[in-house]
Design a protein around this ligand. Structure first.
Ligand code: LLP
Length: 415
């Protein structure tokens, strides 16, 4: 459930009509709803009531400071994958002690910054990374809290680009090597073993892969207890899907009930890392029709947002709903909604039934997660502005880039 709906003929974010925002801030424009973000975060938090737990929002899904601020105020933890994301969390008022650090390629500098800030756990993804954490912790004279990311080799049945828990994926430590690595970590003075971690993929629509993964994790955690290694937390990652079209993802409550079942009787705190399920349907991308054109039988609506603004359709063939902000009466036609970027893969949607005129506004739904964060300056296009709506108020939370922003740091030749 989100807070975007048509009222008196115009799509609104909460109580704010989108045409007014397009006038005020221009297009393309990402518009987020604070009430939706809070609702989604609370759905996860509430679902674990009675069980020690921490919701660590996956910052990569949408890292705008205002959005992190909203979640930090709710008491959220965070899952980060870079030093840049750590800086954002801290600037937005998030706590390092509630932040976990995932990712296969952490640099020495990133690890040092995270340990110096007092990170809750480094989710270690390989033996080589464990060695590096030891080296960095020794240099800083601190003890590093670590958790191993297990690759449970389960099939999340999602797009291959966003599956992470299969043996052939680059993520995590193979289950067969986990025990040995934990024993090594446990015996190392610079390390404190605090947890176990896992993330099997994204946009999952079934709970079955979680059940399979958790069975493996519980087996490993039990074996660790036999070795005198007691984990404080079990991090089950994120990946819960959302409805873009007709998917039927589990609700947070259903998903949590299954997780609670799998972990019943286990002594650890539950950690989760949802990203898309919190931010995805809390945002739309507003774009204006520049031109309508026909090439033979084919009709195109050329809009002012392109693959540089929203990459998911081009990269994954992802389907996201496109609606008229002010629907008009009149004959509908099938349009490919395409951007201005010079690539045939630059489309936001294909074969969409719409009644359109030039200058009409369209909204691409489900653009709150993996939207702005994946945008680029390809074709020297300034990145879009972002607005947060709260009730009847709208606040600019990121200015539209200017040509000077794009060229900052570049130089002409010196001679
Ligand atoms: N934790 C870790 C370690 C992750 O790698 C991810 C996502 C998450 C949590 C959050 O997953 P979520 O709850 O958002 O599914 N760009 C792709 C999605 C990539 C996801 C990468 N990892 C897309 O647009 O579909």
């Amino acid at each position: 459930m989100d807070h975007f709906s048509h009222v008196n003929g115009a799509l609104c974010a909460e109580q704010v009509p989108l045409p007014g925002l397009a006038e005020r801030f221009g297009t393309p424009l990402f518009v987020y709803s604070r009430a939706t973000l809070e609702r989604h975060w609370r759905a996860f938090d509430d679902a674990f009531t009675g069980v020690p737990h921490l919701v660590c929002y996956a910052v990569k899904a949408n890292s705008n400071l205002a959005l992190l601020d909203v979640l930090a105020r709710l008491g959220s933890g965070f899952d980060i994958v870079s030093g840049g994301e750590l800086q954002r969390v801290l600037r937005a008022g998030g706590q390092a002690a509630k932040t976990v650090f995932s990712g296969v390629g952490k640099s020495r500098d990133e690890l040092a910054a995270a340990l110096a800030a007092g990170i809750r756990a480094v989710n270690v993804e390989s033996a080589a990374e464990l060695d590096r954490v030891v080296e960095v912790a020794r240099g800083l004279g601190v003890r590093a809290p670590v958790s191993l990311r297990v690759n449970p080799d389960v099939d999340p049945e999602t797009h291959p680009y966003i599956s992470t828990g299969l043996r052939e994926n680059k993520f995590g430590v193979p289950a067969a090597e986990v025990m040995e690595l934990y024993l090594r970590a446990h015996a190392t003075e610079e390390l404190q073993v605090v947890g176990m971690d896992c993330h099997i993929g994204s946009q999952l629509t079934s709970v079955a892969p979680y059940v399979d993964a958790l069975a493996k994790l519980v087996e490993l955690a039990t074996a660790l207890r036999g070795e005198g290694i007691h984990l404080q937390h079990m991090d089950i990652g994120g990946g819960i899907g959302i409805r873009y079209r007709d998917e039927q993802p589990p609700s947070p409550a259903h998903w949590a009930a299954v997780v609670r079942d799998c972990l019943a009787g286990q002594p650890f705190e539950v950690q989760l890392e949802p990203g898309r399920a919190i931010a995805g349907n809390a945002g739309v991308l507003l774009t204006r029709v520049e031109y309508l054109k026909h090439n033979g039988e084919k009709r195109f609506a050329v809009v002012d947002a392109g693959m540089n603004d929203l990459l998911r359709p081009s990269l994954y063939g992802a389907w996201q709903e496109i609606v008229a902000v002010v629907p008009r009466d009149g004959p509908v036609a099938l349009y490919d909604v395409v951007g201005p970027v010079c690539e045939s893969s630059d489309f936001l949607g294909k074969d969409r039934e719409l009644a359109l005129q030039p200058d009409d506004l369209l909204a691409v739904r489900g653009a709150g997660a993996y939207g702005f964060v994946m945008s680029s300056n390809y074709n020297s296009r300034p990145r879009a502005a972002e607005v947060m709506v709260d009730g009847e108020h709208a606040q600019l939370v990121r200015s539209r880039e200017l040509p000077d922003d794009l060229m900052r740091g570049e130089r002409l030749l010196s001679d």
